[in-house]
Design a protein around this ligand. Sequence first.
Ligand SMILES: Nc1ncnc2c1ncn2[C@@H]1O[C@H](COP(=O)(O)OP(=O)(O)O)[C@@H](O)[C@H]1O
Ligand SMILES: [Mg+2]
Length: 272
Amino acid sequence: MDAPRKSKPCLSGVGLTKVFGLGRRTTVAVDHVDFEFREGEVISIVGESGSGKTTLAKMLLGLINPTEGEVYFQGQKRDISSHRKRQEYWKNIQAIFQDPFSAYNIFNKIDTVLLDCIHMRGGRGLPRAKKIELMTEACGFVNLKFEEMTNKYPFELSGGQMQRLMIARIFLLKPKILLADEPTSMIDACSRATILDYLMKLRDEVGMTLIFITHDIGLAYYVSDTVYIMEHGRFVESGTADRVILHPQEPYTKRLISDVPKIYEEWDLSTV
Ligand SMILES: Nc1ncnc2c1ncn2[C@@H]1O[C@H](COP(=O)(O)OP(=O)(O)O)[C@@H](O)[C@H]1O
Ligand SMILES: [Mg+2]
C-alpha cells in the first residue's frame, strides 16, 4: 500500500501520558508518547497485552483525560472542554472496539443505532424514505439485509454480524479518523478476514485515516503504511511497515516478529 507521505497531519500527540492510581500504587499506562498521524494513512499500533494501547486509544477519542501532554487535531490543539465541542469532535473520530457487545446500548434496536448515525450527520430532517434508503445502503455495504435488521436488538446478532453493523455505522458517520482497537480478536477466524476486508474497503470508500490497534504484528504488516511498536507505555520503534517489520532495529520488535513465523502467509486474504 502506498503511504500518502506528504499529506497533512491529522492527529498528533506530544508527550501524551496517562497515569492510573494514586500514591505508591500507580501505573504509568502511557508514557510520554509522540506521534503524527497523517490524512489517509493506515497506522498500526502494535504491542503486547498491557502495553497501553487501549489507554492511548481512549485518550485519542477523548474518553479519558491525559495526565500530561496534548492531542492535536488537524494541526490545532484539541478542545473538547464542552459537551458541544466533544460532539463536534466525535463527528471526526470514531472507534470500533474489541468487544462488539460492549459497543451498543442494549436498549436500542438496530434501526435506532443506525438512525442515530444519520442524525449525528445532520440528517434529522430527511424524509423517512431517504433515511431508510441510507440505512439499506449501509447494511448492504457489509452484506447485511436491512429488512432483517429492523426491530432486532444488536445482541440478537452473532459477533461477526455485530462487527459488520459497527462498520455500517461508520459507513453512515463517515468520520475522518477511525480507530479500530483489536476489532477482530473476539470473532472467529473466518469472520476476521471478512471484517478486515470491509474495513479496508470502507477506508478506500470514505478516505479516512485508519488507526489499527493490535497485538498481531503480521496483521499490522498486512494492513498498514506506518507501524508504531509499543512496549510498557512507550513507542520503542516506528516507521514504514516495511522498515519496522522487515528491518527491525529494536530487540523488542525483533522478539515480536520472531513470535510470528509466517508474517507473509498468515494474512494472505487472497486464499480465503
Ligand atoms: N482504568 C484503569 N485503572 C487502572 N489501571 C488501568 C486502567 N486501565 C488500564 N490500566 C492499566 O494500564 C496498563 C495498560 O492497559 P491497556 O491500555 O488496557 O493495555 P492494552 O490495551 O495494550 O492491553 C495496564 O497495566 C492496565 O492494567
Ligand atoms: Mg487493549
